[in-house]
Design a protein around this ligand. Sequence first.
Ligand code: ASP
Length: 283
Amino acid sequence: MIPKLIIHGGAGLVESPEFTERQYEKALKGIIKETYSKLLKKGAREAVLYGVRLLEDNPLFNAGYGSRLQKDGRVRMSAAIMDSVSQKFSGVINVCNVRHPIDVANSLQRKRHTVLGGRGATEYARRQKMEYCSPLAPHRIKEHEERVKGETGTVGVVAIDSRGCICAGTSTGGVGYETPGRVSDSATVAGTYASKVCGVSCTGKGESIVNQAVAAKIVARVEDGVPLNVAVERLFKIARSKKLKFGLISLDAEGNAVVGNGYNSKVLYAKHYGQHIETFLKR
Ligand code: ASP
């Protein structure tokens, strides 16, 4: 199996007027190259953690540092991870002031309770000595002052390694200016899911992703023998007809990488096939 990798930096077009599509493409290309080397050396799970951390550290993306602020001016972040070997979903919801929410989610794999939310999650992160970070980036503070209600923005990585392990991870700062405490799809099985047949990471309007149970539904269909591209297209036919704004990245056990775009949304993605890289900007 040639290791394959796909990453995303959110759906729904570029929402911050300061940044261009080219900047997103450049950032995604740099991150996918670095993450692919990690995939070759350390396997799918480590690569997903590494790739999501790089995306969380980059303020262009709405995750980790550079997350959008909720209505009360605070940043609350969510992340989840799952792989085909452990088949354990773990996630963190609305955690505050940590540099890498994906690490908090990952550490919960080994615990009795695998999903934590709110203040308990932040206290847990402190006890685990997760790196502290104030995620407030200047352009996000400006957006908040202008009361920009976003709809999209998240990061995700799906990888398959040489041994066939598939791993999916997602991290988000939410939609922006939402009611404090809103729960996004990212740390639910609708937003992130993986089994032996495929892995999925979603982005876009979380409420719609949850209503459609997107990631878990696609994995279940592929488990029932539907090819990944057909399972994705079936779901997005419905999404487009209902004007649902979300997208996803996915990868199956044969190494097929499929991107899904819903109504009026465009996933900012990069795929690494081992020899070449493809991005959302087709020239
Ligand atoms: N799904 C995220 C949320 O609803 C946002 C996004 O991915 O664009 O919070």
